[in-house]
Design a protein around this ligand. Structure first.
Ligand code: AKG
Length: 286
């Protein structure tokens, strides 16, 4: 078990997370941790993993939307942030648990003025882990004005039927996959015609704030940045004790099954291993 810094989340925020499927917690990631993340992003840009993708790239305008997905241990700066900053404690409290399993890390680096928006989706339909206790802790090193923020559909983590899975490639233009074994609901036009049929929330955020959202919370829409503002965001995926490795319909994205197999784990196993460490908060006054 690895001990992380503590951050006591007020009970009303934990209740809001459990009811709505997403909440912002202010001031979790201090300047020192933001510098650690920035160093990690610098290294990540120079040495992307095999899973990196440019979701948008226009050499004429300079627009670039870089994405990567990595294991917790792939980048020493990310690993430090994930295992020792207070975000593991925040994740555990949201799930009502003493500790949380750090699953993996995703990174979204948008150059100033990037137009590409994130398609509406649920994360966990493509994860290689199933379980009710599952969430992401997302933060940005840059300020997030509300009209460019990642939007979430309140209560969607409790929907009985999942959404179809969208395509993320091709400049985020979307389109959905037809997948045998996934009885997916067509994705409503959350940004347009269907917007007012749903309870959609977005929060302005300052560096240091985190957005915590459940693995099944529908989210999307972020982007369309002003010309003078970029967005360097990092999202850590966390699991609870009910997590089990799975091979979801349509295949996992990112697919961690090969790496988990290298740690002796397969479908049906609890994914705790050196690649997916379990984190608990240090004792008070430790
Ligand atoms: O930052 C974004 O625009 C996308 C974030 C996201 O979709 C995620 O963390 O799952």
């Amino acid at each position: 078990m690895i001990a992380c810094q503590r951050f006591d989340v007020p009970d009303d925020l934990v209740r809001a997370f459990q009811r709505d499927g997403a909440v912002v917690v202010k001031g979790v990631v201090d300047q020192a941790w933001r510098e650690v993340i920035a160093a990690g992003m610098e290294l990540n840009r120079k040495h992307p993993t095999k899973r990196t993708k440019d979701y948008a790239r226009d050499d004429a305008t300079g627009e670039r939307f870089f994405h990567d997905a990595a294991t917790v241990t792939a980048n020493p700066h990310y690993e430090d942030y994930i295992t020792h900053s207070p975000i593991g404690h925040v994740a555990a409290q949201m799930m009502g648990l003493e500790r949380a399993l750090a699953f993996y890390v995703t990174v979204f680096l948008r150059s100033p003025g990037t137009k590409a928006r994130t398609p509406w989706h649920q994360d966990q339909t493509s994860w290689s882990a199933a379980g009710r206790d599952a969430l992401s802790v997302w933060t940005s090193l840059d300020p997030v004005p509300e009209d460019t923020a990642l939007e979430i559909v309140r209560g969607s983590h409790l929907w009985e039927r999942p959404l179809k899975r969208p395509y993320f490639e091709h400049n985020h233009l979307g389109g959905t996959m037809e997948i045998d074994g996934l009885d997916g609901m067509p994705i409503p036009d959350f940004s347009g015609a269907d917007r007012y049929s749903y309870d959609i929330a977005a929060w302005p955020m300052e560096p240091g704030d985190v957005l915590v959202f459940h693995g099944m919370t529908v989210h999307g829409g972020s982007g369309d940045l002003p010309v003078d503002l970029g967005r360097r965001s990092i999202s850590i995926q966390w699991l609870g004790e009910d997590a089990r490795i799975t091979d979801p319909p349509g295949g996992a994205d990112p697919d961690w099954l090969p790496e988990l197999a290298e740690h002796g784990l397969g479908v049906g196993d609890y994914p705790a291993c050196a690649m997916c460490p379990v984190i608990e908060p240090e004792q008070p006054n430790a």
